[in-house]
Ligand binder design. Structure first.
Ligand code: BGC
Length: 762
């Protein structure tokens, strides 16, 4: 290192210090940095690389920074960023101690560039004890409430800052179009318009309305650019095949919208699309994202992903070649993230710059982007906020937002014979592996990575059983049986009956059986599955309850839609709860009792068969059956489907304006609430292009509102569209609104629109 320092004439005593650097100051900083310092900024290590360990290499609890390791990382390797948590949630005091330690060198002016700390706070601050836990993104999408998304982002940002953390690896903007995928629940569903609008809500909540980001907000990180979710096999980090047309129409719009909104960072797809690993994709990272879209922030790799270019994807013959490949493709910061690998990364990168394999221009570009983000986060002024001033952390105000999100997400899919709401006189059996289980309400990324460990659960979280017991206090006729135990065996989820006799006895005594079935928490590789079928033993609990002639209410706690076509007819009511978070138990109890109404709507098409995956925006051929007798598009439930106790009414749809030359139109939708209670309703607008040069979809969502209506209220909603609503990728590969007829739908109401000429749209 000494040699390098002398060679580049770098003198640490001449470090420049800026409290509030201008763009020029940032340039001065870059001009005064050694190659080692610049490379260090591109290196992200995990907390495990710098925390204290015992003689066996295990982290010492409570987690503490090892000063010697920190000094080495900062002074010798000039590391610019740290991520994550050890293996479980930390208290805010522990976070404060970590943050004090890692920022001390900057605050003492031993360093002139602040560290940037990042974490996965993907459904609230899931790594801070006492934080507010929301539904996972798939549930958030089911609310169709963009304002709730913003609020969830805002609370999460606040609680991140309250834990000393200014950067959140969220939102996931991958589309959920592969239900086998273990991270389906981390997405905002299958549709690009729904996911874009909800994603924008989250980004605004995280970052605030404008830049710079203040001390109540954090930098967002858009994940995982692009096509990660579309793995063909359904297994995590495996290849996807995405024709350019569908990349443009489906997988890129969520990211583009969030980049245009000013999102500061973006993380890369760990998989391979069309044969090119995400981390080696110059076209996407540099051409599309940075050049075409003008992204100003920085691109961070995913976990060990340049290493994977060598060890798994094999597009680089050595680790050093892999680092160069990723960097030159456009990855600005690499999550290396362990020791000693990060040291090798830094050394390899310095060598690559010296040998001209990475240009100084490219290195400066990456560093400029990283410093831009650090500056926009106010880290030069103060990397370490006064954590004591965040008095709303874990407050009732925040919890009630999370409870609302859970309430609005949970989706009623069936309610035959009005079995719901349950009535006070019924004897209720709450059963199934999810009935008295907090972890199954939350899913992965909750207190630990896989979310399975029960020892860190929030002290005040309530299971479905406990919440129903509390909220149905008058009769005390609520009992509980697990019936089936879920566990992990040989890497896959397995199940066994747990006291089936007791379950059957309890069934006999009950009037209605509420079965909470689903999956154990899991994500990424450990979450890979081999079939979408819901576990057989859990299904048997439904059969046993029905054969005892009981009313059956099925509550699904699942990370992805599991096939239930055989038990669906046996259930009187079915509720999709997704992964509703710490307040899911209470929300379910309120909905079951009728104290609250359902307003969630499916953010994906719920498949009926394991081998038939289809989407609501399918072309006509998907609906073509063997005989003309039926419609082959026959999912269990359609995208957007959901019931309420009190359904709102769509009375009429009309054009307020239409310009058939420009392809612009405004429509008004009249809605009303005929009930004597306040309701929330989702109003989606769909469009069908009748004929086009590329086979059009049956219909696709172009906008939606979620509106709240007082008893008896009548409201007219206004929607404005320009030519972008009509555009699709046409046969020549261009975005084009093609002349001809369009149909616009809202519920069963239809309007038609004629576009006179083709319009090319950029
Ligand atoms: C995941 C990312 C996450 C990162 C850091 C990776 O394994 O794919 O979504 O942000 O780890 O924890």
């Amino acid at each position: 290192m000494l040699l390098f320092t002398v060679f580049f004439g770098f003198d640490s005593s001449k470090k420049l210090f800026f409290n509030n650097p201008s763009d020029n100051d940032i340039e001065l900083l870059i001009a005064n940095m050694s190659i080692e310092e610049k490379v260090g900024q591109t290196c992200q290590i995990t907390l495990d690389a710098i925390h204290k360990t015992d003689e066996k290499g295990q982290a010492i609890i409570p987690e503490q920074i090892d000063q010697a390791k920190l000094k080495e990382a900062l002074e010798i390797f000039h590391v610019g960023s740290v991520l994550n948590v050890g293996w479980h949630t930390l208290t805010r005091e522990e976070w404060a101690s970590i943050m004090n330690d890692i920022h001390a060198p900057y605050l003492k002016k031993e360093q002139n560039i602040p560290l940037l700390y990042g974490i996965d706070a993907i459904h609230g601050v899931n790594y801070s004890v006492g934080g507010t836990l929301f539904p996972q993104e798939i549930g958030l999408a089911a609310t169709w409430n963009t304002e709730l998304a913003r609020q969830m982002g805002e609370v999460t940002a606040y609680e991140c800052r309250a834990s000393g953390i200014p950067w959140n690896f969220s939102p996931v903007l991958d589309l959920g179009r592969q239900p086998l995928w273990s991270r389906h629940f981390e997405t905002l569903g299958e549709d690009p318009v729904l996911a874009s609008k909800m994603g924008l809500g989250l980004v605004e909540g995280y970052q605030g309305k404008s830049l710079p980001v203040d001390s109540l907000h954090v930098a967002a990180c858009l994940k995982h650019f692009a096509g990660y979710s579309a793995s063909f096999s359904g297994r995590d980090r495996t290849p996807a095949f995405i024709p350019e047309k569908y990349m443009q129409e489906l997988y890129l719009p969520t990211f583009k919208a969030a980049v245009e909104k000013g999102a500061l960072t973006l993380m890369i797809n760990s998989g391979v699309v069309n044969g090119i690993p995400g981390h080696a994709n110059y076209h996407l990272l540099t051409q599309t994202l940075k050049k075409d879209w003008g992204f100003k922030g920085f691109v961070v790799s995913d976990w060990e992903d340049f290493i994977m270019l060598h060890t798994v994807h094999r597009t680089a013959a050595s680790l050093s070649e892999a680092a160069i490949q990723a960097f030159n493709a456009g990855v600005d910061m690499s999550m290396v993230p362990l020791s000693p690998q990060y040291k090798t990364y830094c050394q390899d990168m310095v060598r690559a710059v010296k040998e001209g394999k990475i240009s100084m221009e490219r290195l400066d570009d990456a560093v400029r982007r990283i410093l831009y983000v650090k500056n926009k986060l106010g880290l030069f002024q103060n990397p370490m906020p006064d954590m004591g001033s965040y008095t709303k952390f874990g407050s009732d105000e925040f919890k009630s937002i999370a409870r609302n999100a859970a309430l609005e997400s949970i989706t009623l899919l069936k309610n035959e014979g009005g079995v719901l709401p349950l009535n006070e006189k019924q004897h209720i059996l709450i059963a199934g592996p999810g009935a008295n289980n907090i972890n199954m309400l939350n899913g992965a990324w909750t207190h630990t990575w896989q979310g399975l460990d029960t020892s860190f659960n929030s002290y005040d979280a309530e299971t479905v059983y406990r919440a129903v017991q509390r909220l149905f206090p008058t009769h005390g006729m609520v009992s509980y049986q697990k019936g089936v135990e879920l566990f992990v065996e040989n890497d896959f989820e397995a199940s066994r009956y747990e006291d089936l006799k007791a379950y059957q006895k309890a069934v006999k005594k009950s009037d209605v059986v509420v079965l909470c079935l689903g999956e154990l928490p899991s994500t990424e590789k450990p979450g890979d599955i081999r079939s979408l079928q819901l576990d057989e033993k859990q299904k048997e609990l439904v059969r046993l309850a029905k054969s005892a002639n009981k009313k059956v209410v099925l509550v699904l706690l699942e990370a992805r839609p599991r096939i239930i076509n055989d038990i669906e007819p046996l259930c009187d009511a079915i509720i999709q709860a997704y992964l509703p978070g710490d307040y899911g138990g209470e929300a379910l109890a309120l909905l079951l009792s009728g104290d609250a109404d359902f307003s969630g709507r499916l953010p994906y098409t719920y498949p009926r068969y394991d081998g038939v995956i289809e989407f609501y925006d399918h072309p006509g051929s998907v609906a073509r059956a063997k005989s003309g007798q039926f419609d082959a598009y026959n999912p269990q439930w359609d995208f957007g489907f959901g019931l309420s106790y009190h359904m709102g009414m769509i009375n009429g749809v009309r054009f307020a304006n239409k310009d058939e030359k420009k392809g612009a139109f405004d429509i008004e939708v009249n809605v009303s609430n005929p009930h004597n209670t306040t309701i929330a309703m989702v109003v989606p607008i769909y469009l069908r292009d009748l004929y086009a040069s590329t086979t059009p979809e049956n219909k696709r969502l172009i906008d939606f509102y979620k509106v709240s209506l007082r008893p008896g209220e009548n409201k007219t909603l206004e929607f404005g569209f320009d030519v972008h609503a009509l555009k699709r990728i046409s046969a020549d590969g261009k975005w084009r609104a093609e002349k001809g007829s369009f149909e616009i739908f809202c519920a069963d109401q239809k309007l038609t629109f004629e576009l006179f000429e083709d319009i090319i749209v950029e």
